[in-house]
Design a protein. Structure first.
Length: 198
C-alpha cells in the first residue's frame, strides 16, 4: 500500500518541505523556525500524521463490513429468519460442535472442536484482526462451524453447536440486529434447514 512509501526519509522530507512552505506563508515567520513549531503556530497537523490517519481510516473502512449493519435491501425477509434458538442439549445429534472465541493481549481468535459419535474428528482455528471484539470471534466460530458442517461428507447433518456467548444467542433471536456475521449465520442456518427439511 502507498503508506509504506512515506516511511522512507526521502519521501518524508519532500512532504515536510511542501507543508513547511505553506506554514511559513500562513505564520509569516522566518525561515529559521522549525517545521514542528510552524505546525503549532498555524494549527495544522503535520502531513506525515495526516497521511497515517488517512491510511488507518482506509483500513478501518475495509474491515467495517464485518462490524457494520447490513443494508436493508440485503437483509433476509422476516419470514425467513430464525424463530428458535435452543439453549438445551440435543443428545440425538451425532455431530457435536464446541465453539469459542477469545481476545487476549496476544490477539483475537476462534476455535472450533468437532465431535462425531463422541469421537474428536476435527479442530479448526482462525485468527482475527486484533481490533475485533470477542463477540465477533464467538460469532465467526459459529459461522465457521456451520460452513464445515454443511460440507461434511455424512448423511446425517443434524448437529448441536455449543457456545458460551449469550450475546450471540440473543443477537440471533433479535430480529433487529443486522450485523454482517449475524446475518451470515442466519442465512447459513436457513439454507441448511431448507436442504435438510428440519
Amino acid at each position: 500500500m502507498w503508506i509504506k512509501a512515506t516511511e522512507l526519509e526521502s519521501y518524508k522530507s519532500k512532504l515536510i518541505r511542501v507543508q513547511r512552505l505553506i506554514n511559513l506563508k500562513i505564520a509569516k515567520a522566518y525561515r529559521t523556525v522549525s517545521n514542528d513549531a510552524l505546525c503549532i503556530l498555524t494549527g495544522m497537523t503535520p502531513i506525515a500524521i495526516k497521511i497515517e490517519e488517512a491510511a488507518q481510516t482506509y483500513l478501518h473502512k475495509e474491515e467495517a463490513q464485518i462490524h457494520s449493519d447490513i443494508g436493508v435491501k440485503h437483509r433476509q425477509h422476516p419470514a425467513e429468519t430464525i424463530t428458535t434458538v435452543l439453549e438445551d442439549n440435543d443428545e440425538r445429534s451425532l455431530i457435536q460442535i464446541f465453539t469459542d472465541g477469545r481476545k487476549t493481549e496476544k490477539g483475537v481468535g476462534a476455535c472450533i472442536a468437532i465431535f462425531q459419535s463422541g469421537h474428536h474428528i476435527k479442530c479448526l482455528q482462525c485468527r482475527l484482526n486484533k481490533r475485533c471484539p470477542n463477540n465477533q470471534a464467538e460469532q465467526l466460530a459459529i459461522l465457521t462451524a456451520l460452513n464445515y458442517t454443511e460440507n461434511m461428507q455424512t448423511t446425517d447433518k443434524i448437529a448441536t453447536i455449543y457456545t458460551d456467548s449469550q450475546i450471540t444467542l440473543d443477537s440471533l433471536r433479535n430480529g433487529n440486529i443486522h450485523t454482517f456475521i449475524i446475518e451470515e449465520i442466519t442465512k447459513k442456518l436457513n439454507e441448511m434447514i431448507k436442504q435438510t427439511g428440519r
